[in-house]
Write a protein that binds this ligand. Structure first.
Ligand SMILES: Nc1ncnc2c1ncn2[C@@H]1O[C@H](COP(=O)(O)OP(=O)(O)O)[C@@H](O)[C@H]1O
Ligand SMILES: [Mg+2]
Length: 286
């Protein structure tokens, strides 16, 4: 008799009753209210919603950069109690070391480890190969010896992503990473990050206020609502796995965009598309 294969269905990230309250008494803000969410391994989940609905707070809590005031967070089978090498974070600000070259920025975490002397030469060699592969993958080979201030915003963000990917983190957390880039550069970055996702099979949680970006990148779009910060709805994206820019013009894509914009509009108390657009674009320029 065949023994059935045991398939692990444990989610990669699990949030149970997560609550975050900033401040106390009258001035308390409920940034997240009793939030439950499961994120499966190797999925690309996007969090979208109006400004102030708790997207960044949620991402920071998963990253262990901030603590919830209630509930539990699990990642990679362990309770999250602080930052860890298993969860890399990329922010809108590139946060590169300006005094290090592109190459040195990418190798930074490995250099630290090697300098502590707990590495064999084979490990040093393997890390070096990975850094070279990432330089190539991110189209940075020719900029390897440049300093961050010599690069465009798009190139700097590629370096930040390559640096985050260096230790092969099973979970990659991104908070509006392309928010400061122009439309064309963003589109290139979208296809690049999807390519990276397919190659590395990491689990990505990506925060954005851009509905189109959320649908194009995500397998699932989680719509959040403000006051108190919570999950409004979850939308499965049924586009073909291999995305192409022209899919944004498909009836499916447009229908989904309309549905999500409608949810954001309704939950953020904005009556017209114009108000919503204004609010979202104000957020983009912050
Ligand atoms: N450090 C903080 N102190 C007090 N309030 C905060 C702090 N960080 C965020 N908030 C509040 O929590 C809510 C959610 O913020 P945030 O997670 O940044 O939302 P988003 O990223 O969706 O714009 C907002 O009302 C914000 O003002
Ligand atoms: Mg934010």
């Amino acid at each position: 008799m065949d023994v059935p294969e045991i398939v692990s269905v444990e989610p990669k990230i699990s949030l149970r009753g997560v609550e975050k309250i900033f401040g106390e008494g009258e001035s308390a803000t409920v940034a997240l209210e009793k939030l439950d969410l499961d994120i499966q391994e190797s999925s690309f989940v996007t969090l979208v919603g109006a400004s102030g609905c708790g997207k960044s707070t949620l991402l920071r809590i998963i990253g262990g950069l901030d603590y919830q005031t209630g509930g539990e967070v699990f990642a990679n089978g362990k309770q999250v109690t602080g930052p860890g090498a298993d969860r890399a974070v990329v922010f809108q600000q590139y946060s590169l070391f300006p005094w290090l070259t592109v190459n040195q920025n990418i190798r930074f975490s490995r250099l630290l480890k090697a300098s502590r002397g707990d590495w064999t030469s084979a490990e040093v060699e393997a890390a070096s190969g990975r850094a070279d592969a990432l330089l190539n993958l991110m189209g940075l080979a020719r900029a390897a010896n440049s300093y961050p201030n010599q690069l465009s915003g798009g190139m700097q963000q590629r370096v930040a992503i390559a640096r985050a990917l260096m230790p092969r983190p099973p979970v990659l957390l991104m908070d509006e990473p392309f928010g400061a880039l122009d439309t064309q550069t963003r589109e290139v970055m979208h296809d690049l990050i999807l390519h990276v996702f397919n190659l590395e099979k990491s689990t990505i949680v990506f925060v954005t206020h851009d509905v189109e970006e959320a649908i194009y990148l995500g397998n699932r779009v989680v719509v959040m609502a403000p006051r108190p910060g919570r999950i409004d709805s979850i939308h499965e994206v049924s586009l073909p796995e291999k995305r192409t820019q022209d899919m944004k013009l498909s009836p499916e894509f447009i229908a989904m965009k309309r549905e999500i914009v409608e949810r954001i509009r309704e939950t953020s108390g904005m009556k017209t598309d114009f108000e919503l657009l204004e609010k979202l674009s104000r957020q983009a320029s912050l």
